[in-house]
Design a protein around this ligand. Structure first.
Ligand code: BMA
Length: 912
C-alpha cells in the first residue's frame, strides 16, 4: 500500500547507527476527541469558532446544532441552507503531542475528508485532498510541537464551485447526467449530495470519517488473504498476507486463524520485502451461507507484527469461507444466458432490494444493524449498494456478514457521462484501490459493478460506444470516455485485489444493450418511468436478473407529520399541498402516481391517511406482482430464466415520498410486508387471464369471454416437498364460498424452483342463468361477470394439515371488484402457540400475536393502533395489509401490545 508521506525522515537504529537504542512500542491510535474540535465559516471574517456537534461530523449537522440553519428535512427549509455548499468552512482541533519514543512515526490518519480539503498542522500545509472516499495518512513527526499544543486546521472549499470550474476546463467533454447538476461528474464527492429523485440536495463538507493520530515504529499496513474452497466443499485453503510499513529487519508476523474463540491455525513467518504470507489448509471448513440457506460462521484472521518478540502492531480481519460465482450459462431452450449467483454450489434466487445512503452525515452502526435486520426479516437475500451513494461504513458490511445478506457493490458512478482526463483517472484508480482493500474480506460481497446506469445514459444520449473496439486508448477519444474507467481501470483493480469476486462493467449491462432481457442484468423501469406498462404484466417485462424496478408510495402519516413544520396542525397536511410535493423529488410523480392509482385502485384523496394507504396498497400490489411473476421464472436447473429481483429501493435518505418500501424512520410501507410474503421459502402464485373466443373467424358480435387462473408454487427451500393444494372460490356479490379443487393427492414441489400446478377456468356456479333470484342483488348478466366478481384463494398444506402458504387472487383491476363492507373484522390478541390453520408471520412461541379474521372478503386489511404513533412507543406488526376471505385466520406477530389490548386496534382496508 502506498502510504502518503510515510517514507521520509523516519529515524531508526539502522538508519541512524549513532543514535540511542530505541525502545520498541506497540502501535497506538489516538482519536482526536470531538471536544477538541471547532469550526467556523472561513470566507466570512466575522464568523466565530464554535464547538462541533459530534465527531466525525459534517457542516450541516454542526450548523443545525447551533441554530444557524434550520433542519433541512422539515418543510422547505432545504432551500434555505443551499448557501452552505457555496461557502468555505474550516475545522480546527487542538491536541497535545503524545510521548514519543525514538524512531517512531506520528501519522495523522484521515479516514474521510469531504472533499476539497487543505490540511495544515501548526500553520504548515501537510495535505490536500480532492476525493471524499480516499483515506489519507500523513507522517507529521517533524511537524508536531514539543512544548505546546498542536493546531490542526482543515479548510474545506466549496466542492460545488470547484466542480463548476472543472467543467469549464474541459469544454470538449459532453457533460450531462440524470439527477443533480452535471458538475457533480467532475468531483469525487458522493453524487447524491447534489440531490436525487428521492432526496434533497445538501452539499456538505467536513471530516465525515474519523481523524486520528497513530504512533508506531512499524505497522501492518494491510492484512488480507485469498481463500480457495474445493468445488466439493470439503477443504479450504486460506493464504494470509500482510503488508508491512516500516523497517522490517528482524521482523516476523504471527498469523492466527480462529473461530468461536478456538484457534485453528498459527504460523510465524519472516517479513521479507515488507511482506509476509502464510498458507492454512482446512479439511473441514465451516462455510458461510446467505441466511436463507444456512449459518454464518465467521473466522478471525489475526496478525501480530513482532520485532525481537516485541509486538509492534496487531490487526485482525473477520472473514467467511464460501464459494461465490456468477454463472452465465447458455440456455438450450431460450435465448441468451443465465445471470445467477451460486453460493457454495447452491443456485440462489436473489430476492432483495437496492440500498441508497441512509444519511447525509456520519452513519450510526446501530442503525445499519436495524436496516439489515429488516432485510433479513423480510426474507430478502441480497442488497445492492447503489453507485450514486458511498462505500458504506464497515458496520454495514459487518451486519451483512453476520446476518447472511449478499451484497452487490457498485463503484461510485451514477447516471451520467463521466470525464476521463488523466488527473481524474488517477484519482478514480486510487479511490477504487483503497476501497476494495477496505472491503475485500467481507464474505457478503459477491459482486462489484462498475457504475449505475452510465451505459444506459450513454445509449440514451447516443454517445459513441463501439463494443467491437478493443483499444482502451481509443475509448478515451470518444464521447463516452469513462468506458476506460469501467472496462479497464476497475477491471484491473478488481482482478488484482479481488480475483475471486465477479466484476460486472455496470448495472445494467449485458447483451445487445442495457435493456437486453436475455443477457446480464436489467433495470426494469417501464413500470413507473418509460412506457408506463401495467404492473400485472411484469412477467412480460422480465430479464435474466432485474437489479432495479420500483413503484412509489407515501410514507406513514407520522413520517409526514415529522416533516411538516407544524406537524399535525400544518395547513399543508394534505396530499397535493406544496410542502408535501416538495418532499417528492421525482419528476412527474403526481402524474405517475395518479396513473397507477387510477388504473387499479378505487382510491380517495381524503382523509389523508386513507389516501396514503391507497398509494401504499397500490405499491404493494405492484411490487408483489413483480416478485411473484419473476420467481415463477426460476424453474430449476437449466431453466433459471430469471434469477433475481432487487426492488428500488429499501430505504430513504430523508422523510419524503419515494420508491422506498421502508421510510426514513424505519417505518415499513405495505409493500415491505407484501415482499416479505412473496419471498417466503414456499409460496403459491395465481395469475388471472382473460380469453375471448369468437364463434367463428368472422364475427365480432358472437364471442365468449372466459376468465382463467394459472396456479403455480415456488419452493426456494432445499427440500423436495410433497404438499396438498386446496382452492376455494368466493363470490363477492353472493358472498358464497365453495371449495373448488381439492388436490388431495400430494403435489411434488421439487427444491429450489417453481412448479406449474394447473390452469383452471374460474368457476361459474351459473347463478346468472339457473337461479336469478338467489342472490341479494339479482342475477349476474353473464358468466363472465360472475367470474369477474369471483375471488380465488389457494392454500398449500402439509400432510397433517399445517398451512404452509396461501394466496388470494382478486378481480383485476381491483377497482372493478365489488368490495363488500365488513361488519365482523375480528382482532384477537393471543400468546398461544400457532394453530395449524393459521399462517404465522412471526415466531410462533412466546410472542404476542393478533389473529385476524373477517366475515366478508377484505382486500389489504391493515391492523393499526388507535392512539397516534409516537416513535419511542411504536407498536410494530410483523405483517400487514393482508387479504382474507371468510374462514381465513391469519396470525400477525406484534411488539408493543399485550393480550387484552384489542381496544387499541382498528382496521383499515380497501374500499373503506
Ligand atoms: C434508477 C436509479 C436511480 C433513481 C431511480 C428512480 O434507475 O438508478 O438513479 O433514483 O432509478 O428513478
Amino acid at each position: 500500500m502506498e502510504v502518503k508521506g510515510s517514507a521520509s525522515g523516519v529515524t531508526t537504529r539502522r538508519s541512524n547507527p549513532s543514535g540511542p537504542p530505541c525502545k520498541m512500542m506497540a502501535r497506538e491510535v489516538i482519536a482526536i476527541d470531538y471536544k477538541k474540535w471547532e469550526f467556523r465559516q472561513a470566507d466570512k471574517p466575522a464568523s466565530k469558532w464554535l464547538p462541533v456537534s459530534r465527531m466525525p461530523t459534517n457542516i450541516h449537522l454542526d450548523l443545525q446544532h447551533h441554530g444557524i440553519i434550520a433542519d433541512p428535512y422539515v418543510g422547505k427549509q432545504e432551500n434555505d441552507c443551499q448557501w452552505v455548499g457555496e461557502s468555505v468552512w474550516v475545522y480546527k482541533a487542538v491536541f497535545p503531542t503524545p510521548n514519543l519514543t525514538f524512531g517512531q512515526k506520528a501519522v495523522l490518519a484521515f479516514d474521510g475528508l469531504d472533499t476539497y480539503a487543505t490540511v495544515a498542522l501548526n500553520g504548515k500545509e501537510i495535505l490536500k485532498t480532492m476525493d471524499m472516499f480516499i483515506p489519507e495518512r500523513v507522517n507529521v513527526i517533524y511537524n508536531l510541537h514539543i512544548d505546546k499544543e498542536n493546531v490542526l486546521e482543515i479548510t474545506f472549499d466549496s466542492t460545488y464551485l470547484i466542480g463548476k470550474k472543472i467543467v469549464e476546463q474541459y469544454p470538449d467533454h459532453k457533460w450531462g447526467c440524470w439527477n443533480g447538476d452535471p458538475s457533480r461528474l467532475a468531483v469525487r464527492k458522493a453524487q447524491y449530495h447534489y440531490g436525487w429523485d428521492w432526496g434533497c440536495a445538501l452539499l456538505s463538507c467536513g471530516p465525515w470519517r474519523p481523524v486520528s493520530l497513530e504512533i508506531y515504529h512499524s505497522r501492518i499496513s494491510d492484512l488480507y488473504f485469498t481463500t480457495y474452497i474445493e468445488k466439493a466443499l470439503n477443504s479450504a485453503e486460506v493464504v494470509a498476507k500482510a503488508d508491512i510499513e516500516g523497517e522490517g529487519e528482524g521482523e516476523e508476523v504471527r498469523f492466527e486463524i480462529s473461530i468461536d474463540g478456538k484457534t485453528v491455525g498459527t504460523e510465524v513467518v519472516k517479513v521479507e520485502n515488507r511482506y509476509a504470507t502464510a498458507t492454512f489448509k482446512n479439511k473441514s471448513p465451516k462455510l458461510w451461507y446467505p441466511h436463507t440457506y444456512g449459518q454464518q460462521p465467521l473466522y478471525f484472521l489475526k496478525a501480530e507484527l513482532l520485532r525481537n518478540k516485541v509486538v509492534l502492531d496487531t490487526t485482525s480481519k473477520r472473514f467467511g469461507l464460501r464459494r461465490a460465482e456468477v454463472v452465465q450459462r447458455k440456455f438450450t431452450d431460450s435465448p441468451g444466458t443465465t445471470f445467477l449467483f451460486e453460493i457454495n454450489n447452491i443456485p440462489i434466487f436473489c430476492g432483495g432490494s437496492n440500498w441508497i445512503p441512509g444519511e447525509f452525515g456520519p452513519k450510526d452502526p446501530q442503525k445499519y444493524c436495524e436496516w439489515i435486520r429488516k432485510v433479513v426479516e423480510s426474507n430478502q437475500t441480497m442488497i445492492r449498494v447503489w453507485g450514486g451513494g458511498i462505500f458504506e461504513d464497515e458496520a454495514f458490511y459487518d451486519a451483512c456478514d453476520e446476518m447472511g445478506v449478499l451484497v452487490w457493490q457498485d463503484f461510485l458512478f451514477a447516471c451520467g457521462n463521466y470525464p476521463a482526463h488523466q488527473e481524474f483517472l488517477a484519482l478514480v484508480k486510487r479511490e477504487a484501490t483503497e476501497n476494495v482493500k477496505l472491503l475485500r474480506h467481507h464474505p457478503s460481497i459477491v459482486i462489484y459493478a462498475g457504475n449505475n446506469e452510465d451505459y444506459q445514459y450513454c445509449e440514451s444520449e447516443g454517445l459513441k460506444y463501439d463494443p467491437n473496439d478493443p483499444n482502451p486508448e481509443s475509448w478515451l477519444k470518444t464521447t463516452f470516455p469513462a468506458r476506460y474507467i469501467y472496462e479497464k481501470i476497475l477491471l484491473e483493480v478488481t482482478k488484482e485485489l479481488v480475483p475471486g469476486t465477479h466484476y460486472h462493467y455496470g448495472s445494467p449491462f449485458g447483451g445487445e444493450n442495457t435493456t437486453d432481457p436475455y443477457v446480464g442484468d436489467i433495470h426494469q423501469w417501464n413500470v413507473w418511468h418509460g412506457t408506463q406498462e401495467r404492473y400485472q404484466d411484469f412477467d412480460k417485462l422480465s430479464g435474466r436478473f432485474v437489479s432495479e424496478f420500483g413503484m412509489q408510495a407515501y410514507p406513514n402519516i407520522a413520517t409526514i407529520d415529522a416533516y411538516l413544520l407544524k406537524g399535525r396542525s400544518d395547513i399543508d397536511r394534505y396530499p397535493q399541498s406544496s410542502t408535501v410535493e416538495f418532499h417528492n423529488k421525482a419528476t412527474g410523480n403526481e402524474r405517475r402516481l395518479a396513473l397507477y392509482l387510477a388504473e387499479n385502485i378505487p382510491y380517495v384523496m381524503e382523509p389523508f391517511d386513507q389516501y396514503i394507504y391507497c398509494t401504499q396498497l397500490m405499491q404493494a400490489e405492484c411490487l408483489s406482482s413483480a416478485y411473484k411473476l419473476w420467481k415463477r421464472q426460476w424453474k430449476g436447473p437449466g431453466r433459471e430464466y430469471c434469477s433475481g429481483a432487487l426492488v428500488w429501493q429499501i430505504n430513504d435518505v430523508w422523510p419524503g415520498q419515494s420508491w422506498s418500501i421502508v421510510d426514513y424512520y424505519l417505518r415499513p410501507k405495505l409493500a415491505y410486508y407484501a415482499i416479505k410474503r412473496e419471498l417466503r421459502p414456499v409460496t403459491l402464485g395465481l395469475k388471472r387471464t382473460v380469453h375471448t373466443v369468437p364463434a367463428d373467424k368472422y364475427t365480432r358480435a358472437y364471442t365468449e369471454t372466459r376468465h382463467k387462473v394459472e396456479l403455480w408454487a415456488c419452493n426456494l427451500s432445499l427440500e423436495n416437498l410433497r404438499l396438498c393444494v386446496l382452492i376455494k372460490s368466493h363470490n363477492l356479490i353472493t358472498a358464497e364460498t365453495s371449495t373448488w379443487h381439492n388436490l388431495e393427492r400430494k403435489l411434488a414441489l421439487p427444491q429450489n424452483r417453481s412448479t406449474e400446478i394447473n390452469e383452471f377456468e374460474i368457476p361459474v356456479i351459473g347463478q346468472y342463468r339457473v337461479n336469478p333470484t338467489k342472490t341479494a342483488n339479482g342475477a349476474f348478466s353473464s358468466a363472465e361477470e360472475e367470474q369477474q366478481q369471483t375471488v380465488i384463494a389457494a392454500y398449500l398444506r402439509d400432510f397433517d394439515g399445517t398451512l404452509i402458504a396461501r394466496t388470494i387472487n382478486w378481480p383485476e383491476p381491483l377497482k372493478y371488484a365489488h368490495l363488500p363492507t365488513p361488519k365482523g373484522i375480528k382482532f384477537e390478541l393471543t400468546n398461544n402457540l400457532r394453530h395449524d390453520s393459521e399462517l404465522g408471520s412471526g415466531p410462533a412461541r412466546n410472542a404476542v400475536a393478533v389473529i385476524v379474521s373477517s366475515d366478508v372478503a377484505v382486500k389489504g386489511l391493515c391492523v393499526e393502533v388507535v392512539d397516534p404513533l409516537k416513535r419511542d412507543s411504536e407498536v410494530v406488526f410483523e405483517d400487514n395489509g393482508i387479504d382474507l376471505i371468510p374462514g381465513d385466520k391469519v396470525r400477525i406477530g406484534v411488539k408493543g401490545l399485550k393480550c387484552g389490548d384489542e381496544g387499541r386496534l382498528k382496521a383499515r382496508y380497501l374500499g373503506m
